[in-house]
Design a protein around this ligand. Structure first.
Ligand code: RAT
Ligand code: ZN
Length: 447
C-alpha cells in the first residue's frame, strides 16, 4: 500500500483556491422573499409597467428601506424626535433619503445591513463613495427588470432563487388564482408558506371557510380532511419544492405544553400531506412577531426556542423530512446535535438575527465540526433582488475561511486535499445538499 503524504495543494495557496472555488460555485438560494417579474414590480425600470402592489422589489430605494435598516435608523433618529407615523407617511424615496442621510452620510455604515448596501453598489459597478442618490436612481430607472434579474444573479453567483409564496397573502394569492403560470420563470423556485395554519388557527379557519373549504374552528375529522384538500390544491397549483412556516419561540411538539389547535393541524393535516407527497417541511423557529409593532416589519424580536420539539418531530414522523433554522444563537449547538441524531433533519442557514459575520463564522465552524459537509450553511432571506449580491459575497468569504482552516488542519494531519475535493465540497455546501435533500426518494420501509 502506498501512503501519500504530499498534499495536492499547499497551505500557501490554499486560502485563495478555496475562496476562488466558492466564488465560482453557483448557489441555490433556498430561502428568499424575492419574486420573478411576472409577480409585478412597483419600479417599472425601462419596461414601463409599474405595478404599485407588485411583489418584485428592486432598486436603490428598496435597498435602503430594507426593514433591517429601518430598525437601525430609529436608533439614530429616535421616535421622540421623529415619530414612527411621520416615517411611515413619507414616500419610499423620502424614507430612503432619510436612511441614507442618517446611516450612511452622517455616520459610518459599519453595521452588516449597511455594509451590505455598500458591497452591493460596488459589485454592481458603482463607486459607493458617491453620496448623491440621484445617479443611482437614474441608473436603476434605466434597467429592464427581467434582464436585471439575469445580471444580478450573475454578479451574485446565484443560479436558482427560491421564493416564499405566502398563500395567506391576499395580494399574492390573487395573482396565483388569476394566472397559475405566474411562477413559470425557471430562475425562481416556488415554496408554499402558510404560517397562520400553525400559528393562528382561528384566522386560518376563517380564511379557508371564505375560500370554499368546509372548515370551521372545531377540528373535526372532516375539517382536517378539508385542510388537507386545501394544502393539496395549493401544492399542486404552486408546484412548491417544499412547504414552510416560521414559528414562535413557544412552539412545542409533544409534552404537556403542546395542546394548541395549530399543532393538531400541523400533525394531522400538514405533515401527512407532505409525507404523502414526499416534500420536506421547513421550520424557521424563534421569532416573536410585533415586539414593537410601530416599527412594522422591523419590529419583530426573538427568543430561545425548544429544540427538543424538533427532535421529537423527527422521531415521530420518520416519513417527513425537516429543513430547520433557528433564530437564537443559543439554539444552534443543540440543533447541530439533533442533526447528528436524525437523518431526516437538515439544519440550514444563519437566519435574520444570526446572519452577521461573527455569528455566521461561529455557527458554520461548529456545524462543520459536528456535521462535516452535510448541512446547508446559508440562505439569503433577501427581500430586495440586489441583496443577493452582498448576502452571498459576505457569506462565501466566511464559509471559505472556515473550510480553509479545516483543510489546513487535515493537511497537517497528513490528509491530502485536492482541487477536486474543494470543488465537490463547495457544490455540496452551496447547492447539492439542498437539491439532494428535496429530491430524496421515500425509504421503502416507510411505504
Ligand atoms: O429576514 C427577514 O426578512 C424576516 O423578516 C422574515 O422574513 C423571516 O425571514 C421569515 O421568513 O419569517
Ligand atoms: Zn424569511
Amino acid at each position: 500500500m502506498s501512503i501519500s503524504t504530499v498534499p495536492a495543494t499547499t497551505p500557501a495557496n490554499l486560502g485563495q483556491l478555496v475562496r476562488d472555488t466558492l466564488a465560482s460555485t453557483p448557489v441555490w438560494d433556498l430561502h428568499t422573499h424575492l419574486f420573478s417579474p411576472a409577480f409585478g414590480t412597483p419600479l417599472a425600470g425601462s419596461a414601463g409597467r409599474a405595478d404599485p402592489k407588485g411583489l418584485m422589489l428592486w432598486g436603490i430605494d428598496e435597498l435602503l428601506t430594507y426593514h433591517y435598516l429601518v430598525a437601525e435608523v430609529f436608533r439614530v433618529v429616535p421616535s421622540r424626535e421623529f415619530p414612527y407615523d411621520d416615517y411611515w407617511r413619507m414616500s419610499l424615496s423620502e424614507q430612503a433619503d432619510h436612511i441614507w442621510k442618517h446611516l450612511f452620510v452622517e455616520r459610518t455604515p459599519v453595521s452588516e445591513a449597511c455594509r451590505g448596501v455598500i458591497t452591493t453598489l460596488a459589485k454592481l459597478g458603482f463607486d459607493p463613495a458617491e453620496k448623491d442618490l440621484a445617479g443611482y436612481r437614474e441608473w436603476f430607472a434605466e434597467q429592464d427588470p427581467d434582464k436585471h434579474v439575469d445580471r444580478v444573479m450573475e454578479v451574485a453567483g446565484v443560479s436558482q432563487i427560491t421564493m416564499t409564496n405566502d398563500v395567506f397573502d391576499d395580494n399574492e394569492r390573487e395573482r396565483w388564482l388569476a394566472d397559475p403560470s405566474v411562477a413559470s420563470d425557471s430562475r425562481f423556485t416556488p415554496v408554499l408558506r402558510f404560517d397562520p395554519l400553525v400559528c393562528d388557527w382561528k384566522t386560518a379557519a376563517a380564511n379557508l371557510h371564505d375560500w370554499d373549504y368546509s372548515v370551521d374552528t372545531e377540528l373535526t375529522s372532516n375539517c382536517l380532511a378539508e385542510v388537507r384538500r386545501f394544502l393539496d390544491d395549493w401544492i399542486e397549483r404552486s408546484q412548491a419544492v417544499y412547504c414552510a412556516v416560521s414559528l414562535p419561540p413557544s412552539f412545542h411538539y409533544g409534552g404537556a405544553e403542546e395542546m394548541s389547535d395549530g399543532s393538531v393541524v400541523f400533525r394531522e393535516a400538514v405533515l401527512p400531506v407532505l409525507a404523502e407527497r414526499n416534500l420536506p417541511m421547513a421550520l424557521m423557529i424563534g421569532v416573536t412577531r410585533g415586539v414593537n409593532p410601530r416599527l412594522r416589519m422591523a419590529g419583530d424580536g426573538m427568543e430561545k426556542a425548544d429544540v427538543t420539539s424538533v427532535a421529537r418531530l423527527c422521531t415521530d414522523f420518520p416519513a417527513n423530512r425537516f429543513l430547520v433554522t433557528m433564530l437564537s444563537r443559543e439554539n444552534q449547538h443543540e440543533l447541530c446535535i439533533a442533526g447528528r441524531k436524525f437523518d431526516n433533519l437538515m439544519p440550514f442557514g444563519c437566519w435574520w438575527f444570526v446572519n452577521n459575520p461573527s455569528l455566521i463564522e461561529e455557527i458554520t465552524r461548529m456545524r462543520m465540526e459536528l456535521l462535516g459537509t452535510s448541512f446547508i450553511p446559508q440562505h439569503s432571506d433577501a427581500r430586495v433582488l440586489e441583496q443577493i449580491v452582498y448576502k452571498w459575497s459576505h457569506s462565501r468569504e466566511i464559509i471559505a475561511r472556515v473550510l480553509t482552516d479545516k483543510y489546513t488542519d487535515l493537511i497537517a494531519a497528513g490528509w491530502p486535499i485536492s482541487e477536486d475535493d474543494i470543488v465537490r465540497d463547495a457544490k455540496l455546501l452551496l447547492s447539492d445538499n439542498f437539491s439532494n435533500f428535496i429530491s430524496q426518494t421515500r425509504a421503502p420501509y416507510l411505504e
